[in-house]
Ligand binder design. Sequence first.
Ligand SMILES: Nc1nc2c(ncn2[C@@H]2O[C@H](COP(=O)(O)OP(=O)(O)OP(=O)(O)O)[C@@H](O)[C@H]2O)c(=O)[nH]1
Length: 264
Amino acid sequence: MTREKTELLTWVESLLADPTYAQDPLREALERLYLHHLEEKASLERMVSISDNFQRYAREDQLSVRQRYDKALQRQEKLSRISDGFQQLMREHNIALKEDSTHDPLTGLPNRRMIGERLERDSKDASQRAQGYTLAMLDIDHFKQINDRHGHEIGDQVLVAIAQIIQQELREYDLCARWGGEEFLLLLANTRLEEGRTIVNRLRQRLSKAPITVGDVTLSVTASAGLSEHHVGEDPLHETLLRADQALLRAKRGGRDRSCTSIP
Ligand SMILES: Nc1nc2c(ncn2[C@@H]2O[C@H](COP(=O)(O)OP(=O)(O)OP(=O)(O)O)[C@@H](O)[C@H]2O)c(=O)[nH]1
């Protein structure tokens, strides 16, 4: 309210309070006008207060919408983090499952299943078929004696060391699987029988020369091998492998520590 208005109201109030004007005919009109003014003023103040409240509520409402939005966003981000973590876990779990189902847990080498799948896949692939390959079944000689002398746990570690030596000796496109026990199946890719025999004999020499140390035990092993070259149209897992097995049997019967090739 301006200073002028305040002064006017104070003046009117003092006139109405002054008994000198009690009987004045204008007093009643002045009083009514004054009361009317007070009502108008009160009504205006109520409207201003309602408007202020409304604006405050609107501001608070807007703020809470913003807060709700921020919270929802945070929840969403948290959910996506959990979901990402879960998916990563599933991926790792699947990789581990695949690894378990295709690899030997002791040596980490591919297992029978994996090399079987590879052989089947290669026999369906025209370019792989054209290249040809040789299979070699390698069996450690008198492995039972190692277990008997040093215990099964040392025997396990010797198998791990043998697997490492085989992997070091092979070319990166060859495959070595633990076929079972102390038997390893080698797939020598793009390799004719005689070349395969040279590779396997070099590997056997390395095995017999390199001392394997496990704990306090140092030993070396000899191995026997049977090799067969895959013929076009032949079932690798039955026919080629059977010929390699028969060649291995001849190597064992012939006195061990040698390789034999299959009779075509
Ligand atoms: N430590 C250990 N030994 C195994 C494992 N798998 C098979 N063997 C052992 O390998 C030995 C294989 O024995 P045999 O089949 O008689 O063959 P070998 O003593 O190697 O004799 P030849 O093959 O005839 O030269 C057995 O004593 C098995 O217990 C294994 O995972 N760990």
